[in-house]
Design a protein around this ligand. Structure first.
Ligand code: CTP
Ligand code: MG
Length: 231
């Protein structure tokens, strides 16, 4: 069944989904790889569409797959599909350019975080609505972290209490994200990084273990297991 988005919602969600998935190994572009019989992108979009504040979803698809992705997602939710770029940042910029007038909160969410629960979309959006310019979901770092040199010799132990692992969706007041992309010089893998470079404060909210990024084969196996246990 196709979900309806909220015409009175104030949130646009950009979904970069144009990556190859090199670290997952040979096969289709990552967003189209199957997880429990459905492409990762379908899982991701279904959960975004279930968040009540979402007005618009824009997917940046692999350039050769735009029509196929459009057809596939027509059964999930009303989405706009644009061709992505060679770097994640270019894919996000292409999706951002396709957001219609209206939503004043823009979230950027990796298709690869296919099991992200709708409540995380809502909590990031709520923090932007509450007055924060830029909001990222984070988890504490659990492993001990060492700094090493080029020969793998340990230089020191980093104080992990001051470190956070960053997830998506990352949320922004719309003009803040537009300005950050307009003045972006280097390609970064994270939109909050562009905003930080503008000198704008970025605020953390609690992330979710279900928002793990499916990067390597182990992550895909873990996601399959999580789905069988109700994620
Ligand atoms: N992405 C994108 N356009 C790119 C590169 C990445 O839209 N040119 C998207 C991916 O589709 C993914 C998200 O950005 O949803 C996070 O990227 P990552 O996990 O690195 O995915 P891939 O780049 O596909 O994987 P890899 O780096 O292993 O090739
Ligand atoms: Mg990548």
């Amino acid at each position: 069944m196709t979900a309806q988005l909220n015409p009175r919602g104030d949130v646009a969600v950009l979904v970069p989904a144009a990556g190859a998935g090199v670290r997952l190994g040979p096969g289709a572009p990552k967003a189209l790889r199957l997880l429990a019989g459905e492409p990762l992108l379908m899982h991701a979009v279904r959960r975004i569409a279930a968040a009540p504040s979402v007005h618009t979803i824009v997917v940046a698809a692999p350039a050769t797959e735009v029509e196929a992705v459009r057809a596939m997602l027509a059964h999930v939710a009303p989405v706009t599909v644009v061709p992505g770029g060679a770097e994640r940042q270019a894919s996000v910029a292409a999706a951002l350019a396709a957001v219609p007038a209206g939503p004043e909160i823009v979230l950027v969410h990796d298709a690869a975080r296919a099991l992200t629960p709708p409540h995380l979309v809502e909590s990031v959006a709520a923090a932007v609505r509450d007055g924060h310019d830029a909001v990222i979901p984070v988890l504490p770092v659990v492993d001990t972290i060492k700094e090493v040199d080029a020969t793998e010799r340990v230089l020191g132990t980093v104080d992990r209490s001051a470190l956070r692992a960053v997830q998506t969706p990352q949320g922004f007041r719309r003009p803040v994200l537009v300005a950050a992309h307009r003045s972006a010089a280097d390609a970064l893998t994270d939109d909050a990084g562009l905003v930080e470079k503008q000198g704008i404060a970025v605020t953390c909210v609690p992330g979710s273990e279900l928002a793990l990024k499916i990067t390597r084969p182990f992550d895909l196996a873990l996601a399959e297991h999580l789905l069988t246990t109700g994620a």
